[in-house]
Design a protein around this ligand. Structure first.
Ligand code: AMP
Ligand code: GLY
Length: 435
């Protein structure tokens, strides 16, 4: 149990930059007793205890939390959510931040989320869904290109093809039905292509009350100029300067409507709802939901949160978010991802990382670990594609951006790769998208 009556021990599941950011913020709370991270990374072990647990094994997670007397379980990634880990934890009587398997379907099944949006009248791309390849191909021929082809299930961000030509679209359908995404592709959603800047809005929710965070914008493509393959995210900033007040209000309303619809349908969604939006000429439309914090979005949102994260997460888990007001810092935040050369394709691991202390010695800079580990010699080494998220806060967007890059330059490892244009388009204003 925790050190005093008022502290609680916490188990956080996950191993990315998102989890390092959450772990650091949880650890800072006077309410945080022992903090376990499963499995964690080279950064989380500096703020808590890494434990080796299969994060998607619901019973193992619930048993660990019960045996260690944890008073809160926080689920970072989607796989344990979809696997029902939150259900098992709650069944063990332990408060859990994260929806159960049913709520996680908002992320786990594109078709489920499209159908819920339709029932709630939430603006999104027009679509058709298919479990039969011939019917899907016929629909694509009828719609013509451009068109978007999505595998229904979880595909680690790789199950979406924005096809600009008919041949690309037909190929994408064929691949989905022929095992490219395993079971995730046995149902295919085909959508109208939307245009406009993308914007993400996350919200804390206890299943009834919805408290939006700040807007953020990820850069998903590997190469500068938004070219190259999709990745888990190469950099992000918050808030998004080009969003109008009307658009912001519309996105907040959509998240409210989403949770209200879920509640009407008996889905108890306690955790973080991630709305991925396209700011179309007809207003914001939902591209996707996630049932969790975004990565790397968390790495710019959490440093701006002034409120106590343990209090906020417990309030979500215990369905009393109405009692909590969120407070945010005014500064802008920019985070640049340092990756291993070759990512998102194959890359080498085990490269020694230096310079993090120098980067963090700069005021308003925080370096979150994603794919890092400590080797047998006690050195910090690369262990993944996305290695570090270098976050800087600044009084202006440009200050934050310049500081983030200055900090990136202090860090070295063999094969270090980064995009130099994170936030550049937003800095140029809305016209940079309309052009
Ligand atoms: P998702 O995994 O659904 O977020 O899709 C990945 C990326 O594909 C999004 O971030 C968008 O850039 C793009 N995308 C998804 N759906 C659409 C759509 N209907 N129109 C245009 N682009 C889309
Ligand atoms: N950054 C996108 C995601 O977390 O899904």
């Amino acid at each position: 149990m925790g050190a005093s009556e008022n502290t609680i021990d916490i188990l956080l599941l996950g191993a990315g930059g998102r989890e390092h950011a959450l772990a650091a913020k949880l650890a800072e709370s006077p309410r945080c007793g022992k903090l376990y991270i499963a499995p964690g990374n080279g950064g989380t072990l500096e703020v808590g205890e890494n434990v080796s647990l299969n994060e998607a094994d619901a019973e193992a997670v619930a048993d660990f939390a019960r045996e260690t007397g944890c008073g809160l379980v926080v689920i970072g990634p989607e796989a344990p959510l979809v696997a029902g880990v939150a259900d098992a934890v709650r069944a063990a009587g332990i408060p859990c931040f994260g929806p159960g398997a049913e709520g996680a379907q908002l992320e786990g099944s594109k078709l489920f989320s499209k159908q819920l949006m339709a029932r709630a009248g939430i603006p999104t791309a027009a679509y058709g869904s298919f479990t039969d390849e011939e019917a899907a191909l016929a629909y694509v021929r009828e719609q013509g290109a451009p068109v978007v082809v999505k595998a229904d299930g979880l595909a680690a961000g790789k199950g979406v093809v924005v096809a600009l030509t008919l041949d690309e679209a037909l190929d994408a359908v064929h691949e989905c039905f022929n095992g490219a995404f395993g079971d995730a592709g046995s149902t295919v959603v085909i959508e109208e292509m939307l245009t406009g800047p993308e914007c993400t809005l996350l919200a804390f929710t206890d299943g009834t009350v919805v408290r939006p965070m700040a807007t953020s914008q990820d850069h998903k493509r590997a190469l500068e100029g938004d070219l190259g393959p999709n990745t888990g995210g190469m950099g992000v900033y918050s808030p998004v300067p080009i969003v109008t007040d009307e658009e912001h209000a519309a996105m907040c309303r959509i998240l409210d409507d989403t949770i209200a619809e879920a509640q009407r349908e008996g889905i108890d969604f306690r955790g973080c709802l991630y709305g991925g939006f396209m700011l179309t000429p007809a207003g914001p439309k939902v591209i996707e939901y996630n049932a969790r914090f975004g990565d790397p979005e968390t790495e710019v949102l959490i440093p701006r949160l002034k409120s106590d994260l343990v209090e906020v997460m417990l309030a979500c888990a215990e369905q009393r978010l109405g009692d909590v007001e969120l407070e945010w810092r005014d500064e802008w935040a920019v985070s640049v991802v340092l990756t291993s050369a070759g990512y998102p394709g194959s890359y080498e691991k085990g490269k020694v990382i230096t310079g993090i202390d120098d980067a963090e010695a700069m005021e308003n800079v925080t370096v979150y670990h994603a794919g890092t580990a400590v080797n047998d010699e006690g050195e910090l080494v690369t262990s993944g594609g996305r290695v570090l998220d270098v976050t800087a806060l600044g009084a202006t967007f440009e200050d934050a951006r310049n500081l983030a890059y200055a900090a990136c330059d202090k860090i070295a490892f063999e094969g270090k790769t980064l995009r130099r244009d994170i936030g550049l388009r937003a800095l140029r204003g809305r016209d940079a998208w309309d052009a």
